[in-house]
Ligand binder design. Structure first.
Ligand code: COA
Length: 260
């Protein structure tokens, strides 16, 4: 029997997706891209899923990039299709109405860094290496790397990473604002688990509203963004969870959020 390309596990509202091509450092081929697309669509729909953790199988890599062997012989039209396939899948992650954490357990290169950047939060092992090495292949990023990196950390770092192709350490990625946290490799699973557990008990509709605000706000002017936030804020008053959260504070007890 062939191994699945994606290992899927759900516990306590946390869905863990583990890309499973460790012998190819979890490189993104069309099969992995399609499996991720389907898995994120399902996670978005499933009310039992409150948060998603995305990682790579094996000790070495989160994802070492798009599959170079698969790309080598593509025509321009198929290259474009491959780019769109990955880009649309990553856009789905970015727009998921639930938080997605990238648990970066090793190399996050090329499509791997692009995939991590489409997640909402990134925790990296101190041993991880990150970069956009496409230039070394006579290529440029094709799954949104030049655009998301620019928005995450500005022109200087984007141009340095993409023009030189040189990988950087997790610590440097933290300084540049590319990752949220760096932890010793041995503590990566536990630290990610704690963050995921915290998000899994937060109010789902408030999480969704916040993700919407940041997604919309990143793409429009301040005036529209502020208006949008006010509208979302008002919408929260229609939720049971907002009444529960404020009542729990006043009663000096822990809130129990239900997503209603
Ligand atoms: N696409 C396809 N296969 C890949 C891959 C990728 N992006 N990255 C690694 N692999 C494969 C290797 O070809 C090798 O396969 P093989 O055992 O059948 O020869 C296997 O994964 C292990 O990789 P290897 O290069 O032997 O490991 P390493 O520890 O010596 O080097 C890297 C690790 C990450 C430095 C190196 O694999 C690398 O540079 N990968 C490509 C990174 C890249 O350019 N990504 C952007 C793609 S657009």
């Amino acid at each position: 029997m062939t191994e699945p390309l994606l290992l899927i596990d759900t516990a306590d509202g946390i869905r863990t997706l583990r890309i499973n091509r460790p012998d190819k450092l979890n490189a993104l081929n069309a099969g992995v891209i399609d499996a991720l697309d389907a898995a994120f669509a399902d996670a978005g729909r499933d009310p039992d899923v409150r948060v998603v953790v995305l990682t790579g199988a094996g000790p070495k890599a989160f994802v070492a990039g798009a599959d170079i062997a698969e790309m080598h012989a593509l025509s321009p039209a198929h290259g474009r299709d491959f780019s769109l396939r990955g880009s649309r899948m990553m856009r789905r992650i970015e727009r998921l109405p639930k938080p997605v954490i990238a648990m970066i357990n090793g190399f996050a290169l090329g499509g791997g860094l692009e995939l991590a950047m489409s997640c909402h939060l990134r925790i990296a092992a101190d041993t991880a290496k990150l970069g956009q090495p496409e230039i070394n292949l006579g290529l440029i990023p094709g799954f949104g790397g030049s655009q998301r990196l620019l928005r995450l950390c500005g022109r200087a770092a984007t141009l340095e990473l993409c023009l030189t192709g040189a990988p950087i350490t997790a610590e440097r990625a933290l300084q540049l604002g590319i990752v949220n946290r760096v932890v010793p490799a041995a503590e990566l699973e536990a630290e990610t688990g704690r963050l995921a557990a915290q998000l899994a008990t937060a109010a789902p509709l408030a999480l969704r509203g916040l993700l919407d605000c940041v997604n919309i706000g990143g793409e429009c002017g301040l005036e529209e963004g502020l208006e949008y936030e006010s509208a979302q804020f008002g919408l929260m008053f229609a939720t049971h969870d907002m009444r529960e959260g404020t009542a729990a504070f006043l009663d000096k007890r822990k809130p129990a959020f239900t997503g209603t």
